[in-house]
Design a protein. Structure first.
Length: 275
C-alpha cells in the first residue's frame, strides 16, 4: 500500500467517524436512514400542523427522487403526529424532534448533518420554509439550475422575483439587511436572506463546520462561507408569499440576533479587511 493510499484511508475513516459523531449528537432520527435519494429537503417546523401534511404531499407530487427531513422543535400542536402518520405510508420521510425551540440556524445545520450522516447522502440539499411562503414547485427549478453552480438561491430581488402581502416595515428590514450583506460579502447577488435554496452536497460538506448561526443569520453566513471558498452561486426568481395559515415565527429576539450578526461582521470587516 502506498503512503498516499494510506492517507486517503485514514482521511475517509476520520470523516466517517466525524459523521457518526454528528449523527449521535443531534438526537434520534426517526425513519429509514438507509433511503437513497438525489435530493434532500429540509423542512424546519414549529407549530405547522396546518401546513405540513399538504406541503409534504405537494413535494412528493413533484415526482423527484427526494427524501424529506422534518426538523421539529417539539411543536405542541401535533405537527410531529402528522409527520409520523405520513411516515407509515412513505419511507422517504425522516423526522428529527428537538427538545425545544433552538432557532432556524441550528435547524438547518442539524439538517445538513443528518443528510451527510446517511449511508447514502443525497446529491443536493434544498432548504425552504414549511409555511407555504415558498412554492414547493420551485424545488425542480432550483435543482435543475444546480448543474451550473454549487448554490442556487430562490431570489425575491433578482429580475422577475417578487414578494406578496408584505408590510412596508418588513420590506424595509429585508432591503436594509440585504444591502448591508451585499456591502460586506460582495458575492454579486441580490438576495442574501432568502431561505429557498439548493446546495450541492460538496458545498455543504466544505462549509458545515464553519456554520455557527443560531437563527436567521444562517442565510447570510452560508453565502459568505461559499463565497470565501470560491463556490459558484446563482439566483433564480421566485415569488415569496406571506403565510396563509399559522403564526409568523419571526420573533423580536431573532431580529435582534440577526442585526447583531450583521453588525459583528461589519466590525470584523473594518478591523481586519475581511471581504
Amino acid at each position: 500500500m502506498t503512503i498516499q493510499a494510506s492517507h486517503e484511508i485514514d482521511s475517509n475513516r476520520e470523516q466517517l467517524e466525524s459523521l457518526n459523531f454528528m449523527n449521535h449528537s443531534i438526537g434520534n432520527i426517526e425513519g429509514d436512514t438507509n433511503i437513497k435519494s438525489d435530493i434532500g429537503v429540509i423542512l424546519p417546523t414549529y407549530c405547522e400542523a396546518a401546513n405540513i401534511g399538504q406541503l409534504i404531499k405537494e413535494i412528493k407530487d413533484l415526482k423527484q427522487k427526494a427524501s424529506i427531513l422534518v426538523i421539529d422543535d417539539s411543536s405542541p400542536d401535533g405537527t410531529t403526529n402528522i409527520v409520523r402518520s405520513l411516515q407509515k405510508k412513505h419511507r422517504n420521510i425522516l423526522l428529527l424532534v428537538r427538545p425545544r425551540k433552538a432557532g432556524l440556524g441550528t435547524a438547518i445545520t442539524d439538517g445538513f448533518r443528518v443528510f451527510l450522516s446517511l449511508k447514502h447522502p443525497p446529491k443536493c440539499i434544498v432548504t425552504m420554509d414549511a409555511d407555504y411562503s415558498h412554492n414547493p414547485k420551485d424545488i425542480v427549478r432550483l435543482v435543475s439550475t444546480l448543474d451550473k453552480c454549487d448554490l442556487v438561491i430562490g431570489s425575491r430581488y433578482c429580475f422577475q422575483g417578487k414578494t406578496v402581502d408584505w408590510s412596508i416595515m418588513r420590506r424595509i428590514i429585508s432591503k436594509v439587511a440585504n444591502l448591508v450583506a451585499s456591502l460586506l460579502i460582495r458575492a454579486k447577488i441580490s438576495d442574501y436572506t432568502s431561505g429557498m435554496r439548493c446546495y450541492s452536497t460538496n458545498l455543504v460538506t466544505s462549509i458545515l463546520e464553519d456554520l455557527h448561526s443560531q437563527t436567521y443569520e444562517i442565510q447570510i453566513e452560508t453565502i459568505r462561507q461559499a463565497h470565501l471558498r470560491n463556490f459558484r452561486i446563482r439566483e433564480i426568481p421566485i415569488t415569496f408569499t406571506s403565510r396563509k395559515k399559522g403564526k409568523s415565527k419571526l420573533a423580536i429576539n431573532e431580529i435582534k440576533q440577526f442585526i447583531s450578526y450583521i453588525l459583528l461582521r461589519s466590525k470584523v470587516s473594518r478591523n481586519f479587511g475581511v471581504n
